[in-house]
Design a protein around this ligand. Sequence first.
Ligand code: NAD
Length: 471
Amino acid sequence: MRDYRNFYIDGQWVAPVDPKTADVINPATEAVAGTIALGSVADVNKAVAAARKAFPVWSETTREERLDLLKAIQAEYQRRLPDLGAAIREEMGAPSGLANGFHVGLGAGHLQTAIELLETFPFEELRGSTLIRREPIGVCALITPWNWPMNQTCVKVFPALATGCTMILKPPQLAPFSAQILAEILDAAGVPAGVFNMIQGQGSVIGTALSTHEDVDMVSFTGSEAVGVQIQQDAARTVKRVGLELGGKSAFIVLDDATLADNVAAATTGMMGNSGQTCSAGSRLLVPCARIDDALAVAKAAAEGVTVGDPAGEVAMGPVVSKAQYNIVQDYIAKGLEEGATLVAGGSGRPEGVERGWFVRPTVFLGTNDMVVAREEIFGPVLVIIPYADIDDAVAIANDSPFGLAGYVNGLDTDAVHAIARRLRTGWISMNGGFDFHAPFGGYKRSGNGREWGEFGFHEYLETKSMLGYA
Ligand code: NAD
């Protein structure tokens, strides 16, 4: 049982001003896995004051000083990998293999990327007679979701540290454990007092206090569209920068020349990974009309082959994060059936023989792009397969979405793959499985306005200053 009742403020573990607590539920067992303190506006004020006080010195540190610190954090992060993996498994139900692998690995990848970039990042550049400086924006509020807890935290914390910002991290209430360990890592690595602060608790209290705070210069938010809109409204009065990384309903296009057995199977199991709780998931699988029967057979076999169960064991899929999330996903499955989508695999309720834990059956529908299950982000292991007539039709279907976060194009003719990727109105497209920590990640349309990862992630935390007449 984890007992995390202190916040990390000004380089100290401190008790909350108002000692309110909340239980954290393990979604695989439905049992209490630990307790966290719930912060108040008074805690936020303390953390913001600490970050503000630390900013003048931290923002003036040299590249080398910040590199030394990031490398010390890296050593400590590596030492705590098993602790982080266990925390992620308990807090959001990721299977051990996934939690200890991709989950913690993404965090490590963002840290390594920040180190690589900081070695040479051009904070100053001469253009004609003007010196252009990129300066840390100031005190940043980092508000994160529960679905990839280390990924989303590290993709904010390390660029913010590398660029000389100070910060207050507000982790998700559903999955607060791994952030607590990250704070321990930063403390042990010697992050100066006030540079990094962390307060746990409710978004409506702490998040709002941060978004409206006079002394917070920037909010970097990853989460739902509704909260993103609220934060933008809350932040407007103080004209602070708001970076939004929101939801998606991304298309995975399998081209006519692609092997269905590999590509449809990969798209299906990919959708079920992390129990479908991935903003960039390829949740609409587009396959050529002429090959739909074969595609359905492959998808059915792949979905039925996904092992679901106790995340401590050797399974491919654990539960979804909470009872509320389970109910949302069940409602969408019912909606799909009601609106006439053909059930290819899975369906309502828990997998056979499972009575406890928020486990969902890996579900595949054959549907059309106007169905609710093809338009809204379900955030569960539900794939909708949509047939397309030709390339123009595939691109039109892919782009016919209120979201524009990610896309996937798989095929043998690389010229065709590239041409299609160019036509997709999304911010991040993986072609034939491409992956890159340095590639900017973020959305078009209602998927947000920010660009994280790599060099573009640094720019989120930088102001641009022009010094005219320099040369
Ligand atoms: P959420 O919006 O409910 O919560 C995200 C964070 O915001 C939490 O820390 C929460 O406590 C806080 N919050 C809640 N109300 C707030 C308020 N009024 N002011 C400030 N903060 C507040 O999202 P979630 O359910 O944790 O995460 C799932 C969503 O995140 C999905 O829509 C998913 O697509 C999206 N997501 C996007 C990306 C991306 O990079 N684009 C990545 C992961 C998840």
